[in-house]
Design a binder for this molecule. Structure first.
Ligand code: FAD
Length: 451
């Protein structure tokens, strides 16, 4: 009788770094290593201690740029080949990864896309409707429901509006204790709803309120939050791909929260397109009990002081026509030329960061990554080169007109119309022409000009 030959054990290999591929993402490989086999060097790249590595593959899987791989000695490779040859007739059953199966099970409980509807005195922030538009796309990719969360006092009307903008369901918490935004009260409201219904995605506006609430909710729920996203989509595993500028705007990073739910993102106003409003849309409003009393909330709102009472503030983010100036304007005094053009158009004046840093325009007029995101009908860029940090703030304008004397300026890549030449000649000529056009149409022309 011949004794059955035991097949050799499948070698697990050792993790190794592929030269030149590491992007120093922040020691993700080190943090997942269960045996402390990964140390980071000064450049933020991993040094793997082969004598400690147990071949668990965790670092290889977590690397966002496939900079790590498993290496095998010649002997291990020979065994692998031998094993591969012996399993030709048997369907190879992949090794059961208990940890992954458990994770999948835990995440599967979460279902649905939610948008938090921010409101002040019963009026919704426009960004909430913009997020319903994006939320609808995400919900369609996940084949799940899009719901809105409305909180406040006497805000039932917002539920109807949310349905008109695309929500299939609205969770409503309506009580005097929620009249004014207070972090603790709203956090408890949102967390109670999340624990009860378990959505997989929550979107909030990157406004003062949204940033505050999203941060505290994510902390309470022990989940991930990506702030100021400029792009959102779903990957083939059902994770939310959250894209935002990183490393000072030099790269766009896509962040995935693949181990926790809900996945939370904030998005600045005007980044996402406004969806159409359908007054005939139907949906369900679910009235939820408010899980707190006034006595439990330590913060009291004594008085509301409204900002901008002087009327001097200009909201460039909401303007339909923006005439922006950059370093090419050469000085503060030349912005009066832009002001004149903006007035003819019924618009406002914006600026690049260079112009703001030079003190030619106030910071609230800055367009771009560290300024405001705008989506006007017409954006006229005057003496602006078109650095990526500027483009991310205005490239979704309906029409972009660029005036620049450098024909190779990157602004022309996003421009619908480009004028190559000296802005000091072109802008006055344009203003004169528009004024004449308006005058010839006076009586029939509306306040804002049609060019
Ligand atoms: P320049 O790049 O100097 O361009 C001036 C342009 O004017 C040139 O193209 C030139 O050809 C043209 N010009 C000169 N004279 C004339 C003339 N007579 N007629 C016609 N054209 C003329 N930038 C922003 O704008 N917004 C932001 O939010 C922002 N955030 C940033 C965040 C970070 C972390 C960093 C690192 C940078 C950021 N920047 C931002 C700065 C950005 O990188 C650019 O430096 C800036 O946008 C350049 O401004 P500009 O186009 O006005 O100036």
């Amino acid at each position: 009788m011949t004794e059955a030959v035991k097949p050799p054990k499948k070698p697990r290999g050792t993790a190794s770094l592929l030269e030149g591929k590491c992007i120093a993402c922040g020691a993700r490989c080190q943090s997942v290593c269960p045996v402390d086999a990964v140390q980071m060097n000064d450049a933020g790249e991993p040094i793997i201690d082969a004598s400690r590595c147990i071949g668990c593959v965790k670092c290889v899987k977590v690397c966002p740029v496939q900079a790590l791989e498993m290496s095998f000695t010649p002997e291990e490779r020979r065994i692998l080949e031998q094993l591969a040859a012996t399993v030709t007739s048997v369907t190879e059953v992949p090794e059961e990864d208990a940890e992954e199966a458990e994770l999948r099970k835990r995440l599967a409980v979460y279902r649905g896309v939610w948008v938090f509807i921010e409101q002040t005195e019963g009026e919704a922030a426009k960004v909430s409707w913009e997020l319903l538009g994006k939320g609808k796309e995400l919900a369609a990719s996940r084949n799940c429901e899009l719901a809105a969360v409305v909180m406040g006092d006497g805000v039932e009307d917002l539920c109807r509006q949310a349905i008109g903008y695309g929500a299939e369901k609205v969770y409503l918490m309506d009580a005097p204790v929620l009249r004014h935004y207070r972090t603790e009260a709203y956090q408890r409201g949102v967390c109670t709803l999340v624990e009860k219904y378990r959505p997989e995605v929550i979107l909030m506006g990157a406004t003062g309120l949204g940033r505050d609430l999203a941060g505290v909710v994510a902390t309470k729920l022990a989940t991930g939050l990506t702030a100021d996203c400029t792009g959102l989509s779903i990957d083939d595993k059902g994770n939310l791909m959250q894209t935002r500028p990183a490393f000072g705007g030099n790269i766009m990073a896509t962040i995935v929260c693949d181990k926790f739910r809900p996945q939370m993102s904030t998005v600045r106003p005007h980044v996402m397109a406004m969806p159409p409003f359908d007054p005939t849309a139907s949906g369900e409003t679910v009235r939820e009990p408010v899980p707190l009393t006034e006595e439990e909330i330590k913060v009291k709102v004594l008085k509301i002081l409204m900002d901008g009472g002087s009327g001097a503030d200009v909201d460039i983010a909401g303007a339909d026509f923006i005439v922006s100036g950059g370093r090419g304007m050469m000085g503060k005094e030349n912005f009066s030329m832009l002001q004149e053009l903006a007035e003819v158009l019924g618009g406002v004046v914006g600026a690049s960061r260079s112009a703001v840093d030079a003190g030619w325009m106030p910071p609230d007029r800055q367009v771009g990554q560290t300024g405001k995101t705008v989506r006007p009908k017409v954006y006229i860029a005057c003496g602006i080169s078109g650095a990526i940090q500027h483009l991310v703030g205005m490239q979704d304008s309906d029409v972009v007109i660029a005036i620049n004397r450098d024909a190779d300026a990157p602004i022309f890549q996003v421009a619908s119309y480009g004028i190559v030449g000296d802005l000091f000649k072109i802008i006055p000529a344009l203003t004169r022409k528009l004024k004449a056009l308006k005058a010839s149409r006076s009586g029939s022309a509306p306040a804002d000009c049609r060019v």
